[in-house]
Structures are given as C-alpha cells and as structure tokens.
Design a protein around this ligand. Structure first.
Ligand code: MG
Length: 379
C-alpha cells in the first residue's frame, strides 16, 4: 500500500527520533565511560638494565647493555606501560630521558585520556627532541586507552594482524667467527639484516655467505662517507643477494644520497635522516623509503602519522626498533600490518627480557590478543 507524503514524514520522523534516542544512549554510555575516568593518573617509572647476548656494534659504537626506562600510567584500576630506549645518536641519555618524563609529568597526570591527540601534541611540545621519553609516555597512554576499551591495540587501530609481513633478525658488526655463530643462532629467521659501514664489510659478507644464502638487508648506519664508495658498495651488495640498503651515507649528505639513489640497483631506506613526519617530504628525492621507530618518532601516534605521510608520497616503510624489551617491540608490532619491512628484533638480542609479548614464527610476527599491547609482565 502506498504511503501518503504526510504518513511518510510522520513515520520517518519517528525513525529519526528513535535513532536520535539510540544515538543519545550511545553518547550517554560514552560520556559515562569517560566520566568514570575521574582523578589524575599516577605516573611511575623505573630503569631496568637489559643485557645483550652479544656486544652490539654499529658503525658508530659498541654496547653490552642498555638502561631503558619503563613507564607506568595508572588510573581507574587500569595501567598502561611504555618503554624509553634512549639513543646517544639523538643526544639522549638516561638522565635526559628521566628529566623529560618529569617535565611532562603534569601534562600526563592531569590529562583527559579521551583527548589523546591533544595530549600527544602537548607531550611532544615539552622540549626539543628527547623522543624516547616522549615515546614511552605516549605508549603508556595509548595502552591505557585500549585497555579501558577492552581492545587489543591493533583492533583499536583497525588493522588486521595477519597482514604483517615477515620481520628481519639483525646481525651486528663483529669478527668473522662471531658473525658465523650469530648467523647460525638466527637459523629460525628467514630474513637477516646485517650491520655494515665499517672497514671490514667484505669480510662480514663473506662470513655470512659461508653459512647461509638467505636474503639480506644491509644497514650502513651512515658509515659510507663518500658517494663513489657508497655506490660501489651497493652494486657489490646487489650481486650478493642483498635486497635493501639502509642509510648508506650520513644524514647531512642528502644531495650525495640522491646521487647514489639515482644509480642504485637497490632501494635506499632512510633511518638516521628521518625522525618525524615533517622530515619525510624532503627525503622523497633521495630515498625510496623510511625506517620508522617509535622511540625516534616520539610515540605511536607520531609513528602512525609517519606511516600515512610516507604512503602519500609513495614511499616504502620499514618499522625498526632500538634494543628494547618485548614491551616496546610488541607495542610497535601492532603497527606492523601497515608497513612493508618490519625489523622488530630488539627483544631477541637481550638475555633478561622482563616481558613476554609478540612472538616470531618462521619470521612471521604473532601478536598477542589481550587488551592493550597484550604483554605479560610488569615492573
Ligand atoms: Mg638503521
């Protein structure tokens, strides 16, 4: 039976009213959910020394342990956790990390977590740099939010954990004998990332190739200071089963890197050249992709902005890490379905991991499905 115009408007008016009531109900639930977040957050932190299986050598330094700062943000009986791995390359020390956390304490403790975008911006603005400390705070806040909503962080982001590509396992610079041993220990990992950029690159590759023919990715950590040298190295690597080269030249040598990239048979990825989203557009002329690290970005929120920025410029994305526990690595792993080359192995290089979280099976990252980051353990 056909409805008259009057009947139609009466009925649809009722439907609109009903939908409005439903909406108001949801809004009320949301509001009451937020309103239950009364009172300030309690922020605590602790430094934990993480011991390395092997001395970790890059083209610039060697270390046998890392003192990371673990952050806990608690409210309403729920806590979110974060981790800061300070990096001397970016003028960060243990002391400056703790100072930055203290500087941000009033912002974090008194924040409305449901305005986390603004809180994230305020944390970024407490000082210049010191992104590891800011990352730990942002991480803890984002985990608290996901836990409060009862969701794994990947669900909160709306990503499918099964879409994460395989991750790499890193081999630091060492003597040929130790490198061979490291490669044997890396047997369960089908992709290796090799640190180069020192005086014995040829020796390193020879040692690796005497043990395995797995695909390799090479990180020169700014070690090649001359463009002719860099392109010679890359051409040689391309003939030896290397797929990607990361940061061949110092970050200050952008023009020379662009020259190398034009001639390079392999994709060139920026690491030390890029920290935040605003660094990316100018790099598109010299690099094929970027390496995002949550510690370098200053948090998960900035890491996400970097992902969207790089994608908009048609750049490849590597998701890297510092030497960290499974807390920080698992937090980053929740972003891995959005990237091309996960490189999340910092937790596999330490002997006293205080946390359990993401696992690696045949190179595939397997995310835990508990609320927040889903890690087990606390401090
Ligand atoms: Mg790197």
């Amino acid at each position: 039976m056909l409805m008259s115009r009057k009947e139609f408007f009466e009925k649809s008016g009722k439907a609109v009213l009903a939908a409005g009531a439903l909406g108001a109900g949801f809004a009320g639930m949301g509001a009451s959910g937020c309103a239950s977040s009364i009172g300030p957050f309690k922020l605590t932190y602790k430094t934990i020394r993480l011991h390395l299986k092997h001395a970790w050598t890059l083209s610039r330094n060697t270390s046998t342990y890392k003192d990371n700062v673990f952050v806990r943000l608690e409210k309403d009986g729920i806590f979110g956790l974060g981790e800061a791995a300070h990096n001397i390359r970016y003028n960060e020390t243990l002391e400056s990390t703790i100072q930055t956390i203290e500087l941000a304490r009033p912002i974090v403790e008194n924040c409305d977590p449901w305005t986390f975008v603004h809180v994230g911006e305020a944390i970024q603005n407490v000082c210049q740099g010191q992104t590891a400390a800011k990352a730990a705070l942002d991480m803890a806040l984002m985990e608290w939010i996901a836990k409060k909503l009862g969701l794994p962080f990947y669900r909160f982001l709306g990503v499918d954990p099964k879409k994460a590509p395989r991750t790499t396992y890193s081999i630091g610079i060492d003597t040929p004998e130790v490198i061979k041993q490291k490669v044997r220990e890396a047997e369960p990992y089908p992709l290796l990332k090799v640190k180069m950029g020192g005086p014995n690159d040829e020796e390193i590759l020879e040692a690796i190739r005497s043990v395995t023919d797995k695909p390799l990715r090479v990180d020169a950590n700014e070690g090649w200071k001359d463009k002719e040298l860099a392109i010679r190295k890359i051409e040689w690597l391309a003939k030896n089963g290397v797929e990607i080269v990361e940061q061949p030249m110092p970050s200050s040598m952008l023009e020379e890197t662009a020259w190398v990239r034009e001639r390079s048979p392999l994709p060139i990825i920026a690491d030390e050249s890029v920290k935040s989203a605003r660094d990316i557009p100018v790099l598109a002329q010299a690099f094929d992709g970027i390496n995002i690290k949550v510690d370098k970005a200053g948090g998960l929120q900035e890491a996400l902005r970097m992902i969207w920025m790089a994608r908009s410029l048609n750049m490849k994305i590597m998701l890297g890490c510092m030497i960290s526990s499974s807390l920080s690595i698992t937090a980053a792993a929740h972003l891995s379905p959005l990237v091309d080359y996960p490189d999340l192995d910092g937790n596999l290089l330490i002997t006293n991991d205080p946390f359990q979280g993401v696992r690696v099976r045949d190179g595939w990252l397997i995310l835990p499905d508990g609320p927040g980051f889903g890690v087990k353990g606390t401090f």
